[in-house]
Design a protein around this ligand. Structure first.
Ligand code: PLP
Length: 384
């Protein structure tokens, strides 16, 4: 049975071209990039070429890109360094950020006594901009970092980061946006945004795991995040992951090359899936904001059903990989903090399906059939 992988917001399948790039680098560029001999210089040039390519694709300058181990580290770095090095005393964030943001914020609150305020979101996961302005204006002298994600990884809702950036600019706040779900899927031009930090992770756009980057606007000066050697211009000590860096840059280049074609194709799959589910399953809910959503993510609320608790396992047994999050009032599954913040009706089963260019219409048909059989079975006709 060929499996149907619909968990691309968790991670994506690496592209064969990227594997080739990485293998070539692993085999050929084994020098330490900090060494001054030929092998070292060869490894260094691979890293710097990758940095240039990443910088160009998001409108940054070369000195603004720092390679990290992924989205989690990039977000930790932005938040913790802003507090330590920029004098930030207040963080304004939302309740539906990724845990790496929420837990970093919690940590600086506990250790540095940084003030934390949460900006409201509506029932679709959109940030309330007027509430953000109100919170910002309540204590204008407090050095502030606003940390609001570009797109939510569970429900796909996209926030207007250009507008948020403008609000931050007016009030003099620093702005960090977790862009892990949008880098490689949407054009992002930091030169046109008032943003100080954004983050990216290669495994979300068909690159390798364990490698990412943080963009740090050249106007902000922060100190090393990992103490050690002078790697990443003193910001992150440790010998670089050269093949990962080359793989990240290659995956990002490929994603930009085909972005519009993939966007249209994947959006078509998502729209088809939702239209069919909506007509087949009574009381199904769309979690998120259909008009402003990642084309790669569809999160649905399925009506109460005895099979809800086992749904993901049942799908897995049938060869379908999806992921959960639940608004149930009891039972073993822990409700997702994102779904909870949307006030989805109790008893609803939240399931996230997330798509890639490798999914097909017939795969989607198969999942529609499976879900319809559980949630809207054909009435049985008995003949005597
Ligand atoms: C929005 C968002 N931020 C951060 C991360 C963390 O990225 P990584 O797994 O590369 O550490 C993820 C990954 O799930 C994510 O979706």
């Amino acid at each position: 049975m060929k499996r149907i992988y619909l968990d691309n917001a968790a991670t994506t399948q690496i592209l064969p071209e990227v594997v080739k790039t990485m293998t070539d680098v692993l085999n050929a560029a084994y020098g330490n990039p900090s060494s001054t001999h030929t092998e070292g210089r060869q490894a260094r040039s691979i890293i710097e070429r990758a940095r240039k390519s990443v910088a160009e694709s998001i409108g940054a300058s070369i000195g603004e890109i720092f390679f990290t181990s992924g989205g989690t580290e990039s977000n930790n770095m932005a938040i913790k360094n802003a507090v330590r090095d920029l004098g930030v005393r207040r963080i304004i964030t939302s309740k539906i950020e990724h845990h790496c943001v929420l837990h970093s914020v919690e940590q600086v609150h506990l250790t540095d006594k940084v003030n934390v305020a949460f900006v409201d979101n509506d029932h679709t996961g959109r940030i309330d901009l007027s509430h953000l302005e109100k919170v910002l204006s309540s204590n204008p002298e407090l050095p502030t970092l606003v940390s609001i994600m570009h797109a939510n990884n569970e429900i796909g809702t996209i926030n207007p980061i250009a507008e948020i950036g403008e609000i931050c600019k007016r009030t003099g706040a620093y702005f960090h946006s977790d862009t892990v779900q949008t880098v490689g899927h949407f054009p992002i031009d930091v030169s046109k945004l008032n943003v100080h930090f954004i983050s990216g992770a290669a495994h979300k756009f068909h690159g390798p795991k364990g490698i990412g980057f943080v963009y740090i606007n050249s106007d902000v000066h922060i100190k090393p995040f990992i103490d050690g050697g002078a790697q990443e211009r003193n910001m992150r000590g440790g010998t670089e992951n050269i093949s990962g860096i080359a793989g990240l840059a290659n995956a990002l280049e490929l994603s930009f090359k085909e972005m519009e074609r993939h966007r249209q194709y994947i959006q078509g799959l998502k729209d088809y899936f939702w239209t069919k589910l909506k007509s087949n399953i009574p009381d199904i809910i769309y979690h998120g904001c259909p008009e402003n959503s990642l084309y790669t993510v569809l999160n649905i609320g399925l009506p109460p059903n005895p099979k809800n608790e086992m749904l993901l396992m049942l799908l897995d047994i049938q060869g379908v990989s999806a992921s959960g999050g639940s608004a149930c009032s009891s039972g073993s599954e822990k409700p997702s903090h994102v779904i909870q913040a949307l006030n989805s009706p109790l008893g609803t089963k939240a399931v996230r399906f997330s798509f890639s260019q490798f999914n097909t219409r017939s795969e989607i048909d198969r999942v529609i059939e499976l879900l319809t059989n559980i949630y809207a079975p054909e009435p049985k006709v008995f003949t005597v």
